[in-house]
Write a protein that binds this ligand. Sequence first.
Ligand code: OXK
Ligand code: ADP
Ligand code: MG
Length: 575
Amino acid sequence: MSSVATQAAPVAEGVELTDGFNLLMDALEMNGIKNIYGLLGIPVTEVGRMWQARGNNFYSFRNEQNAGYAASVAGYLTKKPGICVTVSAPGFLNGLTALANATTNCFPMILISGSSEREIVDLMQGDYEEMDQLNIARPFCKASFRVNRPEDIGVAVIRAVRTAVSGRPGGVYLDIPARLFSTTMAALEGEKSLWVPVDPAPAQIPAPSAVKRAADLIKGAKKPLILFGKGAAYAQCDADILSFVEETGIPFTPMSMAKGLVSDLHPQCAAAARSLVLQESDVVILVGARLNWLLAHGKGKTWGSEPKKFVQIDIQANEIDSNVPIAAPLVGDVQSCINALRAELKGFKAPAEWLSGVADKHSGTRAKLAAKLSTATPVMNYHNSLGAIRDVLKNHPDTILVNEGANALDNARMVIDQYLPRKRVDTGTWGVMGIGMGSAAAAAVESGKPVVAICGDSAFGFSGMEYETLTRYNLPVTVIIMNNGGIYRGDEASPDHQISCMLFNPKTRYDQFSIALGGEGVRVTTPEELSKALEASIKSGKTTIIDAIIDPGAGVESGRIGNLNIVSTIGKKKK
Ligand code: OXK
Ligand code: ADP
Ligand code: MG
């Protein structure tokens, strides 16, 4: 890797110069970027310093993967690409996991990595952090670009932004060879190479014939159901969505990150009648939700024996028919599709008896759960601890909830109501553990609101050191660690010669870990203590860990997706 500055083209003496660093920053600013998440080192260190010197924010992380998760969540919450900057090869690879996750989740994000010298990398001559990053990134994102000339930085950033946010949002990789950062050119020419893109995420209007087909299908339905996914939450057309729900009187159920898009307390919410509505509905309107594993691919016993017809609203045309036949595809952006449907469905109301049956089931199940949430147990469990958290969060509806784990994820999703859109960020399509601290950082930065992260003790471990990033920036994040001392459970018997592969050190003090990293820490063992500690930490705005000790016997293998965990049919063999 060479640090010698080069000049793109000869420039007359006395002419003002710019360079790759400055052009990159000019271009990002022109695209409306203010916050960068990343981790600095060769060759991108100056990016951080110069970005801050311009009055922008650079959030410096301890591991690129977490910076990447932060950027992707910033993208999800703002509809602008979240930017993550990393060093070459190993740093790039750490960031790549987050880029792939962003693409899988349809979050707009741009990973910008410095790379080593092309001439040496391409001949595999053993450069510092040698790696063909451009090609390695390609399968993990929507597009992978490299900039080779300073005058192309502007166009490259615009192409990256447009690619990330238009159509189905996702990740983009932008490769910047080290030498380009310091390559100079005439400032005036540089300025001319930059522009502000017009309408980078244009509305995509569905065809009128497709709208009519979908509306006709809905009008004929006896038991219609709306299923919201995180694409609907991402679309930020909350008022239109609420009108669609209320005008049609159709019950709805949210996928996890769509919780709160319409309040969980809305009378048409069918979240607690989930099995019933999936099984018994006849027409299902998917709004920004894919029929992937989270929806049992649209088939099997999850969907019952009632014949189904699907209306699917999605911006990505080839998502249609991905698993089962879609009777009425509506390809376009959620807002345009929903409003077109509303116009076509004027005067339509779903059969009232269907909604009332669903509502009865929903409130019955909620009431049953409510009883468990307030039942005292000798040792705190998921139900009463989460019940306490739910009651506190009720008074802080604009708090963003970050949630990861297996049981900690599934139980919190079930127990904790969401009242407002985009207030829940979780493991998403890939079920990733480790999204916690990066997501919490971005949620706090981008929203300016308090954040509560509920993490299993196992999940927290994946990004625990990033907690220092939260304390360093003084972010109003409360991390509640559901501490049962192990993966799934903390009471697994150990074999004679070794500690069980599913257990953690029972002496671990997450509260003290927080204090050691400059935060507040409190250990709680009862729902009352938990509730007091959470209320206090949200009020204080101080970065806090609540080490919530729960029953080591609480929890089941893989939470509610234990069916996916393969077990040996022969059983354990001793050597
Ligand atoms: C829902 N329910 C409720 C409520 N909300 N009951 C009472 N009150 C309220 N408020 C009911 C609902 O009707 C369901 O019961 C049940 O609770 C569960 O609801 P829900 O919505 O969570 O549904 P389900 O079946 O779990 O959803 C399937 C799913 C979801 C796949 C979409 O589980 C999910 O998002 N999972 C992600 C899991 C994940 O990624 N884990 C990573 C772990 S890693 P019924 O009776 O109506 O069905 C890991 O563990 O191993 O690697 C590993
Ligand atoms: P969930 O996991 O919540 O079910 P998914 O991530 O599976 O949601 O699905 C989100 C879907 O939303 C993707 O298929 C994506 O193409 C789509 N999508 C994202 N943004 C928009 C938008 N603005 N308009 C329409 N569809 C969108
Ligand atoms: Mg655990």
